[in-house]
Design a protein around this ligand. Structure first.
Ligand code: PLP
Length: 370
């Protein structure tokens, strides 16, 4: 075969999985652009990517400032220091944690390592889409199973959909986009009942916004479980890039070959300082809770339907298609999130500062009454 001959799709996927071709890596930033593809005006209110308007905490800023001044050095040790700090704080052995530049990276790696033809990716609908797109790229079947009436993952439905052909069961808890929880017992049932050789990928990107129990104990117990955490949400470091994967050492070994492992030192030191800073999670959880309660009360008072959330975003139902609502809001310089094909009349709205939410409310009232 000549070097310029096109690769077959299968060979392409294989080459991509081996790192020879770029995988179309999808992050919330890229996905958020689905609802607003352009460059937002500088004075726009950004409620489209589940970011944290508070940014990094003071301790993280100081640590990153110091690291910047030593930026001529690789400072490899900081990657290890982050993993060690996280291991200590989560009570897992050091070999059960790996640092990454955000959690999108390990999310994609787990899909590449465990999915493929005959090894399905099983997810909730609506759910966070990055994993299913990576699965489709390596020609794995994708099963989207609707959330239950309570907006939890339908784990029985997920097990049935996969049959014996499962690679990864993806459980985002609390879920993106709905901000709703799947009870722990349901996740435990899934872990106990899944076919051998498959893994459960528990994405805890938003766990800090609520006080629901984590699945970290399943890692401690050595189950077939990955738990992902990110510093992009409660810690306000989306642009700085830091995240963690927790799993048994042999599972972490399976995802290690898909990258160089080189990580930005600013993200690493900022993440370590965020973990060590006192009260950050509690204060921010309370801040977001107040903004969320206020918005939910306001929506009720205005007879707007929504899905009650425990997270930093809310799915709001609109009379017209979500895309049209998002466009009308963008025209008023309030950029809201996308709609999901299975829920075309809902829009995802990230919670911002109280001032930003006032701008949201006034624009939203104009849009729904026009
Ligand atoms: N998982 C979920 C559910 C998300 O919503 C996001 C981002 O919004 C991520 C993972 C990845 O975030 P990051 O790569 O910034 O850590």
């Amino acid at each position: 075969m000549g070097t310029h001959e096109p690769l077959s799709r299968r060979a392409f996927a294989r080459a991509a999985a081996l790192g020879a071709l770029p995988l179309p890596v999808l992050t919330e930033r890229a996905l958020a652009q689905l609802s607003y593809p352009g460059e937002a005006p500088p004075d726009a209110v950004l409620l489209n990517a589940n970011e944290n308007p508070l940014g990094p905490c003071a301790e993280a800023l100081e640590a990153m400032d110091r690291a910047l001044r030593k930026g001529g050095r690789y400072q490899f040790g900081e990657t290890l220091r982050l993993a060690r700090t996280a291991a200590r704080m989560e009570g897992v052995p050091e070999g059960c944690v790996q640092s990454y530049a955000g959690s999108s990276d390990p999310l994609h790696r787990v899909v590449l390592a465990f999915c493929g033809p005959g090894r399905a990716f099983v997810t909730a609908d609506p759910g966070y889409e990055a994993g299913e797109r990576a699965a489709a790229f390596v020609q794995a079947p994708v099963h989207r199973v609707p959330l239950t009436k309570e907006y939890a993952h339908d784990v029985e439905g997920m097990l049935r959909a996969a049959g014996k052909e499962a690679g990864v069961f993806y459980v985002c808890n609390p879920n993106n986009p709905t901000g709703t929880l799947t009870p722990r017992e349901a996740v435990e049932h899934l872990v106990r009942s899944k076919p051998a050789g498959s893994v459960v990928l528990v994405d805890e990107a938003y766990i800090h916004f609520c006080q629901a129990p984590s699945c970290m104990d399943m890692v401690r117990e050595g189950r077939d479980v990955f738990v992902l955490r990110t510093f992009s949400k409660i810690y306000g470091m989306a642009g700085l890039r830091a995240g963690l994967a927790f799993a048994r050492p042999d599972l972490l070994d399976r995802i290690r070959p898909y990258g160089t492992g080189f990580l930005p030192v600013t993200g690493m030191v900022g993440a370590t300082a965020s973990l060590e800073a006192r009260g950050v999670v509690e204060q921010r959880r309370e801040y977001v809770r107040k903004v969320r309660q206020d918005l939910m009360s306001w929506l009720r008072a205005n007879q707007v339907e929504f899905v009650p959330s425990v997270s930093n975003k809310i799915m709001i139902r609109t009379a017209k298609p979500g895309r049209e609502t998002a466009a009308a809001m963008a025209a008023r310089k309030v950029i809201i999130g996308r709609s999901w094909p299975s829920w075309p009349n809902h829009v995802r709205v990230t919670l911002g500062t109280p001032e930003e939410m006032e701008k949201f409310k006034s624009a939203f009232l104009q849009v729904i009454s026009s």
